[in-house]
Write a new protein. Structure first.
Length: 399
């Protein structure tokens, strides 16, 4: 049997431990790519996380980037840019992170055949300083924001030196081409492990809603998620809103929610905080409608394609979402979901109420979206990524 090639995957968003609430789409992709490669993931250290471990068959190495480990708070929970916005002093950790990643790549790269770098910043940029063949994947804000000065130049360098470039949406492909017009990135989104979700996980009265219907939001409580517009819409929706997630805007959103709840006879909106992936399975299956009210943030940051969309589809949970980022490439309005314009509170109200009152329409959405989810199963997507990695390796070997 031929020995598998060794693939090093670099990322800055990754579960810190088993059943963590951090997004796990990089892990899920790696699990499925392990059928073709010997996969190791290199990610920043996190307080309380092991330096080395195996998660669901994937080797994980976490590198330290500051001498005082308890101050390694740049990447978790959440993402780098929101963490800096939360505490400006964290920007001082950025050069330490870049340098630590460079040193670890310098030490580890001789052991690997190729690299898959997730996010242009910092993984792709740092990788571009090494000769090892790599593909780089843009996920959203790493492509759409910080496109000026030296950062823009470094991103262009990263893209030009990559053996392959992928993005998770056509929208991001166009943004990459604005940076490097001659590039033709492959569009391969993240996805879902359809075996882990489904209507079979439904639990009656899971949210303690009684005879109320449940509208659900799942995601980071950050500007581009647009949660404030969903909260405003709930004033005219006869349902309970459950907000699952955490983030820098939680305090201000809680203040907004308090005003809405105080004007009602019963509590209408509740915060559940961040939940582990295993809990989300039951949450999706037991809710009635998911709303993804994403917007374009003030700094230009936009959605790529949120993985919660695929997880909801695999769960048979009808979705109302904004025409934002790559969402419009997945949802066909009126067929496998409903689309509204960004920041359109009335649009959210009308779309949600239509699903709440038209049972046959809701069921047609459910059928179509579960078929859509199958096309974005990780076992399908992993084959496409594996092919690109192999092409990058073969291309280097022929030089």
């Amino acid at each position: 049997m031929m020995k598998k090639k060794r693939l090093l995957v670099t990322a800055s968003t990754f579960p810190r431990w088993k059943d963590d609430t951090e997004p796990r789409f990089v892990l899920d992709l790696c699990i499925h790519m392990a059928n073709d490669f010997d996969v190791t993931v290199l990610v920043p250290a996190a307080v309380g996380a092991a330096d080395k471990e195996i998660i669901e068959g994937v080797n994980v190495i976490r590198y330290h980037y500051f001498p005082i480990h308890k101050w390694e708070t740049l990447c978790y929970p959440g993402a780098i840019v929101p963490r800096i916005k939360e505490k400006k002093i964290r920007v001082l950790l950025v050069p330490f992170l870049f340098m630590a990643l460079w040193l670890n790549l310098f030490r580890l790269l001789p052991k690997y055949d190729m690299v898959h770098a997730h996010w242009l910043i910092p993984q792709g940029i740092v990788q571009s300083f090494f000769k090892k063949p790599y593909i780089v994947t843009g996920h959203g804000g790493d492509v759409t924001s910080l496109n000026q000065g030296v950062i823009k130049k470094l991103k262009v360098r990263c893209l030009k030196r990559a053996s392959g470039v992928t993005v998770v949406s056509e929208h991001l492909k166009n943004k990459v081409k604005e940076l490097v017009p001659e590039l033709e990135p492959d569009v391969i989104s993240m996805g879902v492990d359809t075996k882990k979700f489904g209507r079979q996980y439904y639990q009656p009265d899971y949210f303690g809603q009684g005879d109320k219907r449940v509208v659900l939001f799942v995601g980071r409580l950050a500007e581009k998620k647009g949660v404030t517009y969903l909260i405003e819409a709930m004033k005219n929706i006869d349902a309970m809103l459950v907000i699952v997630g955490d983030g820098p805007l939680r305090n201000s959103l809680e203040e907004q929610v308090k005003a809405v709840n105080d004007s009602m006879d019963t509590v209408k909106i509740v915060f559940w905080g961040a939940k582990a992936h295993a809990e989300l399975r039951d949450i999706y299956a037991s809710a009635d409608i998911l709303v993804i009210p994403s917007i374009t943030a003030a700094n230009g940051d936009q959605e790529g394609v949120p993985t919660v969309l695929f997880e909801a589809m695999a769960s048979g949970l009808p979705t109302v979402a904004s025409r934002s980022g790559g969402i419009v490439e997945i949802i066909e309005d009126g067929r496998n979901g409903l689309l509204v314009d960004e920041k359109n509170v009335d649009g959210i109200v009308k779309a949600v109420n239509r699903l709440l009152t038209d049972r046959s329409f809701l069921e047609s959405i459910q059928t179509a979206e579960m078929e859509t989810a199958k096309r974005y199963d990780y076992k399908v997507l992993a084959k496409r990524y594996s092919r690109l990695v192999c092409m990058a390796y073969l291309g280097q070997s022929l030089v």
